[in-house]
Design a protein around this ligand. Sequence first.
Ligand code: WTA
Length: 633
Amino acid sequence: MKYQVKNLKSYFNIQDKAINNPEKFWKKIAKEFSWQTKWNQVLDYDMHKAEIKWFDGGELNMSENCIDRHLKLRGDKTAIIFEPNDPKEKEQHISYKQLHEEVSKMANILKGQGVEKGDRVCVYLPMIPELAYTVLACARIGAIHSVVFAGFSANALSSRINDSSCKLVVTADGSYRGDKQIDLKSIVDKALTNCNTVKSVVLVKRTGQKLDFQHGRDLWYHDLKKEVDDHCDPVIVKSEDPLFILYTSGSTGKPKGMVHTTAGYMVYSAYTFKNVFQYEEEDVYWCTADIGWITGHSYIIYGPLLNGATTVMFEGVPSYPNYNRFWEIVEKYGVNQFYTAPTAIRSLAKQDVKFVEQHDLSSLKVLGTVGEPINEEAWNWYYNHVGKEKCPIVDTWWQTETGGIMISPIPFSTPTKATYATFPLPGVQPALMDADGKELEGRLVKGSLCIKFPWPGIARTIWGNHQRYINTYFKQYPGMYFTGDGALRDPAGYYRITGRVDDVIIVSGHNLGTAPIENAINEHSKVAECAIVGYPHEVKGNALYGFITLKKDCSESEQDQLKKEINVLIADSIGPIARLSRIQFSDGLPKTRSGKIMRRILRKIAAGELNDLGDISTLLNPDCVEEIIKNRQ
Ligand code: WTA
């Protein structure tokens, strides 16, 4: 691929080219893909209106670029290795040829159900090959996939289905996660009781568990598969036609359906994959994320397949049947690049180091992390015990909205530094902003992280609400994209991401907005009001602490019962990942004179930073602070 970074000097050189002439830079990379029609204009943008177009006028198909383009050279090469939850179950090696067949069949199944270009398809599947087939099948026929992480509740699922009026849902009877079996189909049934745009449900058999089959709506995938052809011509779409919608939590309001379009996302995910992982033709690459998140979209499916790579797809969890599972898989397939989340690293670092040492990890070349800041201890453990001090760690900073990695070391080129994401990737122009909206120049500064210039992978809008897209990302710092993160720049020009500057809390790498959780709690008839804050947690990075006032006092045993009920409400409304680790009932919550809850104080109390509460004398009700501190959980 053009502009591949090979050493630090070439990084600076390439970054200069990308900044001085972005159109020429991205055009040269884009040329390596397969186009039906070439673009008229590489870039057209207005950062104030949040209107960004890359490769406008071009026509192409994403699945053709991921699969068909490789058939001649790599037809028999393994595209996907599927490693099941249960190590006793046989793995699958799916070649590019087989992938072509499976995706074509799935595409014909979708077409048979009336799915057309531009229609939305909801994908609620466990990490099984059919998930990749469905995503690529949508891309093949120009339908827009909306993958919903299969750990979300029925309510969360139905609100996502309704927001983008999905026509069809692809799901499974159940899923395996460690020693648990989850009844996916009944979650879908419950969700669909209030989704009237969904006409059919395609059902993949995974667990074989009993289910309530609804004739006229539900269809077995294995039955449909027998009837369809294994050839399906790719539907040609425009560069700026949407490829997918992926929901992400904001600090307020309902989840935002981030829309990614075809050509820019393709070029960006492919280029960043190749450079950040320094992928070589025979390498085996493994990203442990779930395809329900952006990391899985860009770096399990699209980025790797666009590069003709072999990508591992793992159904299970790091602790099942034992804490050596990740390392066993690395050894089994000779994994060369391994990409995971700090939460997973922290939980594994707590186990006996023999779990790592009993495996031959010599195949590893590059280690990656994503999703949240990685603390120094976890970084060192990863570097020393997994990488044996020879594998660079790429601490990759990016977001659902950015489509691909934005700030990261390039292995073997950028010297790594624990907890630093280091340099922006070629074409990325970060800026740190102060509270007055001025850009902080120079080194050794700390501020809000913005991006000054468009890159091809940026989301184009929020589904159905462009104004919200503008308000959320382009209003605070006019002319720039605002990330919602804080960062600092060190004397070498390295960036370190310090965490969210808004009310999004990242728990085990999952973004959670406080507002939807608070809304769920407020549904309880005994709750008067509440505030959720995050506090540091050894393994999860952050955990959730809920401060709740009740309408009427209740006894201790009633309180225990209430805590359970509140967590059930949260699990039903969002999913088990949003449950509170600590709940404290109090008579009042600290408020400003205008009646706003002072979360800053609650955050300090939750974190145990009691000597650092700041001035509380201006509060409406300073007395409640003392009571809250006294009863801290
Ligand atoms: C956080 C995940 C520190 C950040 C790809 C961002 C990180 C949010 C890092 C996006 C990192 C992601 N260091 N923080 N290397 N990577 N984040 O949308 O707060 O699920 O805004 O995308 O995760 O999370 P999302």
